[in-house]
Design a protein around this ligand. Structure first.
Ligand SMILES: [Fe+2]
Length: 442
């Protein structure tokens, strides 16, 4: 992408960094000052943490771990070092009170930005003798870390009360289109899937290596994501009150939290609504349903089917009848707005099948975009995994058997993160993410 044999494209890195920072600033500017230290998701840190975390992470990773610099602010670089992922609300670390003010955090962020841009401009950030820097590793780590958090921020913002965030000016109303297309399946014949990243690509996270192939038996898969209309049948069947379709973990989660429907749904006077980012709207039947892994697996079981494995996802998305594997489901063309809903193009999903030019070789729609795709695969290292020197805890802390792999992209996924090898993961009962699914059968 940007490397040459001897040097990184410094200007390109700097402009990517500036673009990231501007997008983050716009997000934080949209939050009402009263909500700045609030914690809309009890399992995550308060909003203000993230405005300090992104610059502190860049300083810790590139300047301190990579270039060996001293601290810009050692207290902030500890306070804002890492996010949290507790099992439940009882395990949330004691809240720190009070957090620094926004002005204090922005002053730190400004100093961090100047130091990072200075490093991009003139320091030896691709020193081949330093494993943290070689090939621009720490620089790319910083540059991909920030947009991943922007997705986190968007789904945290989603939980903010509507009067605690400023709607973007001139935003068009969401389109609630009618009914979804009829449910259909595609057949994917037996074949090979390549998982993992090409070692020659400029950057990948540690869990993307090493690449390897998997022989995948034939299977069938839904052409479209499971929609709110489909899921309403499941809800109205009484499935949330029955033990039948739930596995042990999902059943316990549903019991303990009195879950009766997807988190993005709200029932008002007997009518279902979708909690959109900026508006509560009548439930859009043609949109994909956003659910937990537990709900997705229960729905699939209720239909007598199952979720795709990670390898099956690769076959469905990138495989072709000729046996070659594609760069994207639609081919080699770079991701754009015709191929799917991603790269912050919208705040809510589109109707399923709204991007036919993004369909895979088997005619399966929306595999990249419109919501991450839950798989049945437990997040685990590929054989030969090595923690990355620039961020050794990135994946390794999550190989606990409690997180599942998600693939593809959501409306809030930056285009730079869209590649076949990218793996996302969440706990199976974490309800906040923009995650959809489809069912499969052998
Ligand atoms: Fe982070």
């Amino acid at each position: 992408m940007v490397t040459t044999d001897t040097a990184l494209d410094r200007e390109l890195l700097a402009s990517w960094y500036a673009r990231n920072r501007e997008r983050s600033e716009n997000l934080f500017d949209s939050v009402h000052p009263d909500a700045y230290a609030s914690r809309p998701i009890p399992l995550r840190n308060p909003i203000c943490f993230y405005e300090g975390h992104m610059p502190a992470f860049s300083v810790n990773t590139l300047l301190k771990r990579g270039l060996g610099d001293g601290a810009l602010d050692s207290q902030y670089e500890i306070l804002f070092e890492r996010g949290i992922d507790p099992e439940d609300e009882g395990a949330v670390p004691e809240a720190r009170r009070p957090w620094p003010s926004r002005d204090e955090i922005l002053a730190y962020a400004g100093a961090a930005d100047r130091a990072i841009l200075d490093a991009f401009a003139s320091r030896d950030i691709a020193d081949p003798s330093n494993p943290v820097l070689a090939g621009g590793l720490a620089a790319y780590t910083v540059l991909e870390h920030e947009p991943m958090h922007q997705e986190t921020l968007r789904y945290i913002w989603h939980r903010l009360p509507y009067d605690r965030k400023a709607r973007p000016e001139g935003l068009a109303a969401v389109r609630i289109e009618g009914e979804p297309p009829a449910r259909r399946e595609a057949r994917v014949p037996a074949g090979r899937a390549t998982l993992g990243a090409d070692p020659d690509q400029p950057f990948g996270w540690d869990n993307e290596y090493p690449p390897h192939t998997v022989e995948v038996p034939p299977f069938s898969v839904d052409v479209h994501s499971v929609t709110n209309r489909d899921f309403l049948e499941f809800v109205e069947s009484g499935a949330y009150a029955s033990d039948g379709p739930w596995d042990e973990e999902g059943g316990a989660w549903r019991e303990q939290n009195a879950v009766r429907h997807p988190l993005f749904w709200e029932l008002h006077r007997g009518q279902w609504f979708w909690r959109g980012m900026w508006d509560l709207v009548p439930l859009p039947m043609s949109w994909p349903v956003y659910v937990t892994h537990a709900e997705a697996a229960a729905y699939a079981r209720w239909r007598g089917r199952r979720l795709m494995s990670e390898a099956e996802y690769h076959r469905a998305a990138y495989g072709t009848p000729g046996g070659e594997e594609r760069r994207y489901p639609w081919g080699d063309a770079a991701p754009d707005a015709l191929r799917g809903r991603f790269d912050f193009a919208a705040w809510d999903p589109a109707p399923v099948g709204a991007h036919p030019r993004g369909a895979s070789a088997w005619g399966v729609h929306d595999l990249v975009g419109n919501g991450w795709e839950w798989t049945s695969t437990v997040f685990a290292p590929f054989e030969g995994f090595r923690p990355m020197p620039s961020y050794p805890q990135y994946s390794a802390d999550f190989f606990d058997g409690k997180h599942y792999v998600l693939k593809g992209a959501s409306p809030a996924t930056a285009k730079e993160l869209i590649r076949p090898s990218f793996r996302n993961w969440f706990r199976g009962t974490y309800p906040y993410v923009y995650a959809k699914f489809r069912t499969a059968a052998s």
